[in-house]
Design a protein around this ligand. Structure first.
Ligand code: 8DG
Length: 146
């Protein structure tokens, strides 16, 4: 589906009440970026795929690419949606995507206090948020087949 169709499909769906938060498994040279949250307290110290809430009218890919620029200072391109969707709290649904780094060196500008590039064999080395942990087998597959 192209982006215009994606936008109008979302607008036409009366069940689309949830706000979407998009996280990106940012892949570069066979490794994926893990980011440690510095806030809020409930998730501080846990590792995630950086991202954030889609603004009204924004597609998931637009939201992800904007958030990766804001949070990490990099240009990235969303590639493919990873399987799964999770209700983080009522009205907020998490979706995860694979993305590729186009330019820039990620820096923890806003919500994170540490970043790490992990290879497929290192994915279990950090304390991921529970939902993110569920997509690690798929991320490992992407890293080893890329
Ligand atoms: N960004 C992101 N959030 C995640 C992931 N996994 C996970 O459970 N969450 C949870 C943590 C937060 O409670 C919730 C909302 O994400 P967020 O904290 O990035 O969104 P936000 O409120 O900062 O959004 P914003 O207003 O700054 O745009 O989703 C993930 O991989 N990435």
């Amino acid at each position: 589906m192209d982006e215009a169709m994606e936008r109008s499909a979302a607008a036409a769906d009366p069940a689309a009440e949830n706000r979407i938060v998009v996280g990106g498994a940012l892949i570069h040279r066979g490794r994926v970026l893990a980011a440690r949250r510095s806030r809020p307290a409930e998730v501080a110290g846990r590792w995630e795929f950086p991202g954030g809430k889609a603004e009204p009218g924004e597609t998931e890919t637009e939201a992800l690419e904007r958030e990766l620029m804001e949070e990490l200072g990099v240009r990235a391109r969303a590639l493919t949606r990873l399987p799964g969707a999770w209700l983080v709290r009522p009205g907020l649904e998490l979706r995860l995507w694979a993305a590729e780094l186009l330019s820039g060196e990620p820096r923890p500008l806003l919500e994170h206090d540490e970043l790490r590039w992990l290879g497929a064999a290192e994915l279990a080395d950090v304390d991921w948020l529970d939902h993110d942990r569920e997509v690690l087998p798929e991320v490992a597959r992407l890293l080893t087949t890329a």
